[in-house]
Design a protein around this ligand. Structure first.
Ligand code: HEM
Length: 310
């Protein structure tokens, strides 16, 4: 674009852009001649980013713990970025659906394969000490993780198995919310009493979660897939991609996480108690939670053995 004709056309386009909003392009061009040239560090905000890791103790491995959680939250953000575009797409096509699903899946693959950073990348003795300063906080309180679930499947698939038969599509969101599978981490269903882990989380995010549930009720990945023409739904490659995403999020990641918790929380001289205070051994295992985003893409046998033989 360095020739004169190209330059003239460019200036004409800039003029037209500013005329369209009743502004004079010359003001913009004058400002532009004094503007600082962009640098990598200003654009990526490296200084801000690298100053967000604030340790609460002196143990070096606490840095690994904080930074890896932040990396997870960034990847959660990118997953939601894709799933939200899918949810908002007018005139959804099979190609767009597949592309967004594969992108979300790729990010979750990265979360799964990198989980060894948590399991093997910290000294258990250091972890045992710094984790006491974290209670009652827990990764359980990651709202983006809940948004990913709600953007991926219908509410019914996230209801605690014990209550699923009592809930149908017309149940108010508030009632469904009280029976989400994750309530089991901190709620006594007999008395209704909630742990501080759960209370803090709900005080901060309940309204946002109810709004998100309502917005994604008919725009989650599973409902959108079911709305596709039969020819698309029966495409084996797409089915494989859907199953891969479901399995990665709900079995592979969950087991990597569960085995990490076991590695640090259980064992010689350790309390066996999680910072969030849940009955974690039972709660976290996929065979107990039975979270499955796309149930109709699995056989009865696969569902029965969900997470059992891995
Ligand atoms: C040493 C590493 C980790 C340990 C020991 C651990 C342990 C636990 C435990 C015991 C729970 C159950 C709730 C509780 O009582 O606290 C939990 C839940 C959770 N953690 Fe972690 N975690 C670790 C790393 C991570 C990382 C890196 C993430 C990524 C953000 C994460 C995200 C979550 C989520 C989303 C839940 C809720 C899962 C569910 O509801 O099924 N955790 N974690």
């Amino acid at each position: 674009m360095s020739d004169k004709k190209g330059r003239a056309e460019l200036l004409e386009n800039i003029d037209a852009k500013f005329r369209a909003v009743d502004r004079d392009a010359d003001t913009f061009l004058e400002g532009f001649q004094h503007a600082k040239l962009l640098t990598y560090w200003d654009y990526i905000q490296t200084d801000v980013l690298l100053n967000l890791q604030t340790q609460r103790t002196v143990f070096p491995d606490e840095m690994v713990f904080i930074a890896y959680h932040q990396i997870n939250e960034l990847l959660f953000k990118l997953i939601l970025w894709e799933l939200n575009q899918l949810a908002e797409k007018q005139d959804l096509t099979a190609a767009f659906f597949e592309e967004k699903l594969r992108r979300a899946s790729r990010y979750f693959d990265m979360l799964t394969t990198s989980f060894t950073i948590m399991k093997d990348g910290m000294d258990p003795k250091q972890y045992e000490q710094f984790r006491h300063t974290l209670a009652p906080a827990s990764g359980f309180q990651s709202v983006q993780y809940r948004y990913i679930e709600l953007a991926s499947t219908e509410l019914i698939n996230l209801i605690d198995l014990r209550y699923r038969h009592t809930i149908d599509r017309n149940t108010p969101y508030e009632h469904a919310f009280e029976h989400m599978y994750w309530q089991a981490a901190g709620k006594d269903f007999e008395t209704g009493k909630k742990s501080i882990l759960l209370k803090d989380f709900e005080d901060r995010y309940k309204e946002d979660l109810l709004d998100f549930m309502s917005a994604h009720n008919t725009k989650n990945v599973w409902t959108l897939y079911k709305s596709m023409p039969d020819k698309v739904k029966q495409n084996q490659e797409l089915i494989d991609a859907m199953r891969h995403y479901d399995y990665t999020v709900n079995v592979t990641w969950v087991l990597a996480h569960y085995n990490t918790a076991k590695h640090y929380i259980e064992g010689d001289g350790k309390s066996g108690e999680a910072t969030g205070g849940s009955d974690w051994k039972k709660y976290m295992h996929p065979k107990y939670q039975k979270r499955i985003f796309f149930p109709e893409l699995w056989t009865a046998n696969e569902i029965d053995n969900w997470g059992v033989n891995d």
